[in-house]
Design a protein around this ligand. Structure first.
Ligand code: ACO
Length: 403
């Protein structure tokens, strides 16, 4: 029997601090008028100290699980689409998995820049359709403000921070994610970069050269974006055996209203059929599509039975689209207060459990150190069972971690 992957929960979170175009005009030589006219952006949310990609993702994930009415411990997998992870390691999805108390779930990050959420949705739906997993949380979360050069007016006015998430669940009932398509053209990788990585580790030189910040060839990306948005939408609609006229709503990556309007003209669909909330969030990269999806649901633009296309494009260059037959009436997802109380308690317990696991590991480490010291004191020789690094001393024959 065929399995189908349905979106049963959704949630979004944007940090409370709002930065307007006027605020930015005090920082770089720009104006509210220029930013509105050229991009459509009016304001964006910026993460404060103590807020990270993972914490934004946890808040969005909690809301999505609440709407789905799903115990986090029942999740099989957490995928976090991000290009601004908390760390290179551990992955942000594992931090989200821990923060949610999704104790049975596997977790991995997926980096396809602004196409990341659509890629992750496609992977999650594929896992469900293949029968590998039954419940998957797909998160798009970004702290773009942390990779901005706040002296570069051509980029810093464009981006914002936020997160969105959906719960995918398997069912024998037809519908849900009907078709996906993904693509990449690595020859355009240099058009949009955040250079920090193993090829370009953080040193005084790379910091001084600004290589750790986002850099973009805006005009080239603009040209690519208007073409690929229309192309990818057409492709996924064709794959599902539908026509553009069958699509009730298109949720494009929110980079620039001019890109969205140009794509609408190319596809010959009314501009109102492409959802746009860019004015309030700016470009939140992998978070933009789920943030827009949740806003569209809240605005009453999504009903059970609708055909919806989510389409992304961005660094890589990458692009992708998913066509969803929406199967849940958003009105049926208003759970009673007591149920939300249960979820809230689960999240608090998840925090306590995580704390206890960490404390348990720390105690185990202290215990083994004490036993080793006792062994050395009693026998006068290092414990042969101690980790080799500890027996050989801290540097272990290497200087500065280099061979
Ligand atoms: N305020 C005032 N003037 C500005 C600003 C600013 N914030 N930024 C640039 N300008 C100036 C430029 O210096 C230039 O001045 P000049 O003519 O004297 O040299 C002038 O405005 C025009 O600059 P352009 O770059 O030609 O402006 P354009 O109309 O192309 O708009 C923009 C720039 C908004 C970046 C546009 O190219 C764009 O939206 N590109 C696509 C970005 C995108 O889609 N990114 C998505 C991928 S995101 C991801 O994957 C992470």
């Amino acid at each position: 029997m065929s399995r189908y992957a349905h979106i049963t929960g959704w949630g979004a979170y944007a940090p409370p601090r709002v930065v307007t175009n006027d605020d930015l005009s005090h920082l770089v030589p720009t104006t509210d008028e220029w930013i509105r006219d050229r991009t459509g952006i009016v304001e964006r949310h910026i993460a404060d100290e103590g807020e990270y990609t993972s914490t934004l993702g946890i808040r969005a994930g909690q809301r999505a699980l609440e709407v789905a009415g799903l115990d986090p411990a029942k999740l099989d997998l957490v995928i976090c689409a991000t290009s601004t992870p908390d760390y290179l390691m551990p992955n942000t999805a594992s931090l989200i998995q821990d923060g949610l108390g999704a104790s049975r779930a596997a977790a991995f990050d997926l980096n396809a820049a602004c196409s990341g959420f659509v890629y992750a949705l496609s992977v999650g739906a594929g896992m469900i359709r293949s029968g590998t997993y039954d419940s998957v949380l797909v998160v798009g979360a970004e702290s773009m403000s942390r990779v901005m050069d706040w002296t570069d007016r051509s980029t810093c006015v464009l981006f914002g921070d936020g997160a969105g998430a959906v719960v995918l669940q398997g069912s024998d009932r037809p519908g849900g994610v009907l078709a996906c398509e993904m693509g990449s053209d690595g020859s355009g990788g240099d058009l949009l970069t955040v250079g920090l990585g193993t090829r370009n580790p953080m040193t005084q030189d790379t910091l001084a050269a600004g290589d750790t910040f986002l850099k973009m060839n805006g005009q080239q990306v603009f040209r690519f974006a208007t073409r690929i948005l229309a192309e990818s939408t057409r492709n996924v609609v064709g794959k599902a055996g539908l026509e553009l006229a069958d699509i009730d709503l298109i949720i494009p990556h929110q980079a620039n209203t001019r890109i969205i309007e140009a794509a609408a003209r190319k596809m010959d669909v009314p501009a109102e059929r492409l959802f746009c909330n860019l004015d309030r969030y700016g470009n939140t990269s992998a978070a933009s599509v789920p943030l827009a999806l949740v806003d569209a649901i809240d605005a009453g633009r999504v009903r059970a039975g609708d055909h919806i296309v989510m389409v992304g494009f961005g660094g890589g260059l990458t692009w992708g689209a998913c066509l969803v037959e929406w199967s849940i009436s958003p009105r049926d997802r208003a759970w009673p207060l007591w149920w939300r109380g249960v979820q809230w308690t689960r999240y608090r317990l998840a925090g306590a459990k995580s704390f206890l696991h960490r404390a348990d590991r720390r105690l185990a480490t202290i215990g083994s150190r004490v036993r080793r010291r006792e062994h050395e004191r009693d026998n006068g020789t290092p414990d042969a069972h101690a980790p080799r690094a500890e027996r050989n001393g801290p540097a272990n024959g290497r200087v500065n971690g280099r061979l």
